[in-house]
Design a protein around this ligand. Structure first.
Ligand code: ATP
Length: 770
């Protein structure tokens, strides 16, 4: 009776009530989704109910449908799994169960549901929505409610979020949890690596993924695996054993002391017969290798979410609430996805249908279709994996005339992705018959010591998970002695250069380009591959290394927050790197749940500080006696000359009048990261290979121009270049470029243009970074 009275009191003007549930297999980031939906809901004037234990919460109602307040989800960003529970609920598959779910929702005045789960959970949600009007009618006919009571709830709004470690959903580039799971796999395989190398053993590592090989493929790339088995590109039934043996033996013959094979749980051969870890083990044992199997199992779902998943869960959770408020009865239920780094809404059932079609394609042996149905970069990553793992088979060598000498140099402060990128570039170059050279200790090393040496397969093959710079890096620029730089390039017959670095790397490429008049050897293709923790290189959305930095900060801030929460009312002001660019500070604030963020882009003044102090007071007031909730402020190292980290902490102390206290924390160089994150590893590989391909293509174009006499007649502005030791004239090319990463796409931008049009030279960042 009491509950019915509540139904009676609600009108169309009452606050919108939304339920949020997590369903199916858990994934890291689900807690962060619930937090974002609850807080965005409250912010947008809604009431949000946590539906506990997946769909069971709806079916059973009662205590399993509980209103959540702002403070209830405090700290959930840094928690793994899902605190509202998840389940596979059989009752919800039956109409009876869904009728009960509709009743429980109407009892609480809820007519919107945000579901975070896999394709099964989203299918169930859409079915529920399509049945809803009939379910409501039935609840009236069977006397549960009156017409008047159900009047405000004639339609159900459904919004789907994809929480899945498999990254198997179509129409989104990434699912919430996939990168965290990949990170867990990388951590585990790194651990296994050291023991494998000690005993010269082979390890077969089995990872999750029934119909989807994303985790296995990416793990193969990140962990420098010799071989992978994935369902979308099955191994040939008659020949896989032979091929596996050949590849592993070849690597051993080159000096590798360990063998790593990654097997997706759904691995099959091209006759659709299952390939198990035991099958692979047998084969490796036949080769005489001491072999072990490691099934990673639920470790892959464990631990806290990485920075990217926290970000994804947060922005998608907010978008889900907006979608609830904007959806009309005629709009198809949306699924929130991310495409090309932009949050998007896509028709949920179309995405589910497309996802299911991959399994169908595999079962019908249409493997090319299955590959094509995966996200836009899947095929490319597969080809990248082949280049760097099996490309040493001399099957893809270019003709002598097309082989190049390409040098790689690290410039600026180290980042965790430098070695992974260099390794990928070297392995790719060698696979095509090019020669790879490493310049040691940046431009200083080249200028002072002519430090440049050829790099072989075995030199780099262990670099996939090493932070820092094996080549050595520093901040010096080629202008230190451009003549010496040109001399060493010429003396070593270098025909292409990859500069991996941050703003200094970018500036170095600009200087080299400008020096071409004087030193024609520098007309060679030169690519800047952006790599910096600050993510401040103009003209690119992303620089490799910044994700590792964010993850280091996430762990650091979690620890600091925990410490702050253990003491009574303590606020930490954490100073992060980034130079004049607030990217790291802003992202760190978003993914750690900071109370305030100070960046150079947004002016800090007395007024803004006062507002933050007010917010802090309010936040403590909202804690309802929970005095142990730690708060953090994030301050970029150059946010303000006046309001230093120390001063902000002192202001907090002063404003508190003893009610709470403050501390500072400065992670410093730890932010460069010790081990590259999984996202940085796969990006490093992809972008390094792209850079090599740019150099190859530029060489092709130049060769085409050289043979085209008319081209030279038409061009006035001629330059010189050196090809295979001969001096040749070529036209002024735009082949000094920045590898520009925009979401999942990569393009090469003329360095001159980016420098002139998009660079804040004094601020050492892009003009459009705010
Ligand atoms: P994962 O990818 O981890 O398997 P999932 O969401 O696909 O996640 P499922 O077990 O397929 O996991 O679905 C989770 C729950 O969603 C089911 O237990 C059930 O309650 C509900 N559900 C799934 N499919 C349907 C359906 N067709 N009709 C009604 N409910 C469904």
């Amino acid at each position: 009776k009491e509950k019915e009275a509540e139904v009676d009191t609600r009108t169309k003007n009452s606050k919108k009530r939304i339920a949020v549930l997590t369903s199916g297999g858990d994934s890291q980031g689900m807690c962060a989704v619930v937090r974002a939906v609850v807080r965005a809901g409250i912010y947008l004037n809604c009431e949000v109910f946590g539906c506990y234990e997946g769909y069971s919460g709806l079916v059973q109602g009662g205590k399993l449908l509980k209103k959540l307040e702002w403070g209830d989800v405090r700290g959930w960003l840094s928690l793994g799994g899902t605190l509202i529970g998840t389940a596979r609920c059989m009752e919800f598959r039956e109409r009876e169960g869904r009728l009960s779910a509709a009743k429980n929702m109407i009892l609480r005045g809820i007519d919107a549901l945000v579901v975070c789960g896999g394709d099964g959970s989203l299918t169930g949600a859409d079915l529920f929505r399509s049945e809803w009007p009939d379910l409501v009618k039935e609840l009236v006919t069977n006397g549960t409610f009156t017409d008047k009571q159900v009047e405000p709830y004639r339609n159900l709004t459904i919004v789907g979020l994809v929480g899945s470690i498999d990254n198997d959903m179509a129409m989104t580039d990434h699912t919430i949890g996939a990168f965290s799971s990949l990170e867990r796999i990388c951590e585990m395989v790194d651990f296994i690596d050291s023991t494998a190398a000690s005993h010269s053993r082979a390890f077969v590592v089995e990872v999750m993924g029934r119909n989807c090989g994303w985790l296995a493929l990416m793990a193969g790339i990140c962990c420098g695996a010799d071989y992978i088995f994935i369902p979308e590109r099955p191994a040939k039934a008659e020949s896989w054993k032979q091929s596996l043996k050949e590849i592993c033996l070849r690597h051993r013959a080159k000096g590798r002391r360990k063998t790593t094979v990654i097997v997706a749980e759904g691995a099959i051969d091209d006759n659709l017969q299952k390939i198990t870890s035991e099958n692979v083990e047998e084969c490796l044992v036949e080769m005489g290798l001491d072999t072990r199997i490691t099934q990673l199992g639920h470790v892959q779902r464990g631990g806290t979410a990485v920075a990217f998943d926290r970000f994804l869960a947060t922005v998608q959770g907010v978008e889900a609430v907006k979608a609830v408020l904007e959806n009309t009865p005629s709009t198809p239920s949306p699924m929130i996805g991310i495409l090309n780094n932009r949050v998007v809404r896509r028709p949920l059932m179309e995405a589910v249908k497309l996802t299911k079609s991959v399994a169908t394609a595999i079962s019908e042996k249409r493997f090319d279709d299955a590959m094509g149905l995966r996200d836009s970069t899947f095929k490319e990553y597969y080809s990248n994996f082949l280049s760097i793992s099996q490309g040493d088979d001399n099957q893809n060598l270019l003709p002598e005339s097309k082989r190049l000498k390409v040098a790689i140099i690290h410039v600026g402060a180290p980042t965790a992705a430098l070695n992974a990128a260099t390794r990928a570039a070297v392995l790719y170059l060698l696979s095509k018959g090019h020669e790879a050279y490493g310049i040691q200790n940046g431009f200083t090393g080249l200028i002072r010591h002519g430090a440049i040496r050829p790099l072989s397969w075995i030199d780099v093959e262990e670099w996939h998970n090493l932070g820092g710079s094996e080549l050595g890096t520093n901040r010096s620029l080629p202008s230190l002695d451009m003549g010496a730089v040109a001399y060493h390039m010429q003396a070593n017959h270098i025909q292409g250069l990859i500069v991996i670095g941050g703003f200094e790397g970018y500036q170095a490429v600009k200087e080299l380009r400008d020096a071409r008049e004087q030193y024609p050897i520098l007309s060679m293709p030169i690519v800047c591959l952006p790599s910096t923790v600050s993510n401040n290189v103009p003209g690119t959305e992303y620089s490799i290394g910044s994700d590792t930095c964010l993850n280091v900060l996430v762990n650091y801030c979690d620890a600091v927050k925990q410490s702050a929460s253990s003491s009574r009312r303590r606020v930490f002001v954490i100073e992060v790197q980034g130079g004049n660019c607030g990217y790291i500070a802003a992202f760190c604030g978003l993914v750690t749940g900071a109370l305030a963020v100070y960046t150079p882009e947004v002016k800090v003044n007395l007024k803004s500080i006062q507002e933050d102090m007010d917010l802090l007071e309010k936040s403590y007031a909202n804690d309802h006696g929970d005095e142990r909730s730690g708060k953090i402020f994030i301050r970029n190292e150059k946010a303000s000359k006046v309001y230093t980290t120390e001063l902000v902490a002192n202001i907090i102390k002063e404003a508190a009048h003893g009610r709470f206290e403050s501390r500072t924390a400065i992670p410093g160089h730890v932010q460069q990261g010790k081990i590259p994150s999984s996202m940085d590893r796969i990006s490093a590989v992809r972008f390094a290979i792209k850079a090599c391909q740019f150099i190859e293509e530029d060489n092709e174009e130049t060769a085409a121009k050289i043979t085209n006499a008319d081209f030279f007649k038409a061009e006035k502005d001629l330059r010189y270049t050196y090809k295979h030791g001969k001096k040749l004239e070529i036209a002024k090319g735009q082949n000094a470029v920045l590898c520009s990463i925009q979401g999942t796409s990569v393009c090469f931008k003329d360095i001159e243009k980016v420098w002139n049009e998009h660079t804040d030279v004094v601020g050492r960042k892009g003009l459009d970074m705010h």
